[in-house]
Write a protein that binds this ligand. Structure first.
Ligand SMILES: [Zn+2]
Length: 160
């Protein structure tokens, strides 16, 4: 059976960046299950899996445009440390929520110089070229319920 729209696909994958650093992997755990054609996984990876079958392995390089997007310099801003509710706990790597209009962003503190805190609201993988090593573990037809919901149901029951 080949991977087409409406199939439930199980894959093992390892995700690395341009330097070879492992960003994420299913190795040692359960494979990732997704519904093909439903946009459950990033488009660059989904497109590469089209037509593949159990036992196939592939390496997929996904440019930022097909992954988590390009970095947007307007999503980097600075603020005074004293504007935080708990200024003494602000350090590089701390994450917090920022509301801009109706949009909620996750911001990460990237730099602190004196009283000036720089934070970045881009997705952590924005601008990163993604390298996936993928093995197809299982391909089967989705249930009508899974198709109508647009995602996979674990254990074939409605637990989510
Ligand atoms: Zn559901």
């Amino acid at each position: 059976m080949h991977i087409t729209d409406g199939k439930v696909v199980h894959i093992h994958y390892t995700l690395t960046d341009d330097t070879g650093e492992i960003l994420d992997t299913s190795s040692g755990g359960e494979p990732l299950a997704y519904l093909h054609g439903a946009g459950n996984i990033i488009s660059g990876l989904e497109n590469a899996l089209e037509g593949k079958a159990v036992g196939d392995t592939l390496t997929v390089v996904v440019p930022p445009e097909e992954g988590y997007g390009v970095r947007n310099a307007e999503l980097v801003d600075t603020v005074s440390r004293s504007q935080f509710p708990n200024p003494e706990q602000v350090e590089v790597g701390v994450r917090f929520r920022v509301q801009i209009g109706d949009m909620m962003h996750i911001a990460t503190v990237t730099d602190i110089v004196g009283d000036t805190v720089t934070f970045d609201m881009n997705h952590p993988l924005a601008g990163v070229t993604l390298h996936f090593d993928v093995g197809v573990v299982d391909v089967k037809d989705a249930t009508p319920e899974e198709l109508s919901h647009g995602h996979v149901h674990a254990h074939r029951t409605h637990e989510h």
